[in-house]
Design a protein around this ligand. Structure first.
Ligand code: NAP
Length: 335
């Protein structure tokens, strides 16, 4: 497998510390559809074909199986720990116990330390994995700057203790960033948020990049196999957009690869998921060859449809109007 991907050509991006990190990672959310075994088998194959970044999370329920795969790769001499860039996230029910969550992820992933440790969502609103879209937790509450910074401080301590190398944030908005960035002692190295051709979040992307925070785009392909709760009738399939299909034809490839080339050339790190070897190999390889032209990049820029797929209904608090309240669309934090 590895001989098909020229590892020297896989893009890297520089974060604000000056360190270069992989320009593409593999997602590991089994999406309520793929077992931990299927996902960890894919991680094993992905390491061997040249992936070096993995986007894990405590709430994906598969870190111990993925850790076993990392351990085997280290023992077999496929890679050393330092060659991998391992990311994980603290789930909403552990915002008061961040170190415990981090230590558990390190133990499960068998990886000694975490390269990038994210606060998965900016509030402690817990919902059980796989819950229904209508489910609500009576303890849920709106975003609080104080609560978020309390959680963030615990991440800063983890850097100081050497348990994590970089801090990441996720699912934030410009008004929330405006409120919390000035309070941070250690700046976040990356922000993970939803990005695909029909949901480009240009303003947020520009804001984050202007603050020297690396954008990491989740659901880079428009997540065709996302959980039922995240599927709405009006959603648009990115990979079926005529503009995407046409560019894919010109490059003799699947529209998925067009989405990844676009993401990388735009400056975000895509973290596509697949359990199928053919797909995850081509997802990596496509960034080493045959880039999109400026004209094609311009065509994809016109495909923006404001089609948010993760609306986040299950995180809503009592009194919230609807999922739009989570995303501060009027430019102020909704409370
Ligand atoms: N921070 C957050 O809150 C957050 C939220 C959501 C997701 N994430 C992260 O982002 C990652 C990616 O998101 P995602 O998994 O939802 O969606 P995605 O990567 O946009 O889409 C994954 C789906 O696309 C298909 N696919 C992959 N490569 C393909 C190819 N070359 N050709 C055709 N189809 C292809 C796969 O189907 P097959 O299985 O058939 O290959 C797979 O089920 C997650 O795994 C997770 O790590 C983070």
């Amino acid at each position: 497998m590895a001989e098909f991907v020229d590892l020297d050509k896989v893009p890297k991006v520089k974060i604000y510390t000056g360190e270069e990190i992989p320009g593409i990672g593999m997602g590991t959310f089994g999406s309520d559809r793929f077992s931990a075994k299927e996902v960890s088998d894919a991680v094993a194959g992905a390491i061997r074909c040249g992936y070096r970044m993995f986007d894990c999370a405590a709430c994906y329920g598969n870190e111990d199986q993925i850790g076993q795969v990392f351990k085997e790769a280290f023992e077999e001499g496929v890679v050393e720990r330092k060659d991998l860039y391992i990311m994980t996230k603290v789930w909403n029910d552990m915002h008061e116990r961040v170190e415990e969550s981090c230590r558990k992820s390190i133990a499960d992933l068998q990886c000694e330390y975490i390269d990038m440790f994210f606060i998965h969502w900016p509030f402690p609103n817990y919902h059980a994995p796989g819950c229904d879209v209508e489910s609500r937790n009576p303890d849920s509450r709106p975003f609080s700057v104080e609560e978020f910074i309390h959680t963030y401080r615990q991440c800063e301590e983890l850097v100081e203790k050497g348990l994590i190398r970089h801090i990441g944030i996720s699912n934030l908005t410009i008004p929330k960033l405006e409120a919390v960035l000035p309070l941070m002692k250690i700046m976040p190295a990356a922000c993970e948020f939803e990005l695909h051709p029909c949901f480009q979040q240009q303003e947020l992307f520009d804001y984050i990049a202007a603050h020297n925070i690396q954008p990491i785009g989740y659901m880079p392909l428009g997540s065709p196999k996302r959980p039922e709760r995240d599927i709405c009738q009006e959603d648009i399939a990115d990979m079926e957009m005529p503009g995407m299909v046409e560019i894919a034809k010109a490059h003799n490839c699947h529209p998925a690869l067009v989405a990844l080339k676009w993401a990388s050339q735009r400056g975000q790190i895509p973290i596509p998921f697949s359990v199928h070897e053919k797909n995850y190999v081509s997802n990596l390889k496509c960034l080493t060859e045959d880039p999109l032209t400026e004209e094609e990049m311009a065509v994809i820029a016109t495909l923006e449809r404001n089609n948010r797929l993760v609306k986040g209904q299950v995180f809503l608090w009592e009194g919230a109007k609807d999922w739009h309240d989570l995303w501060d669309e009027d430019g102020v934090i909704v409370k």
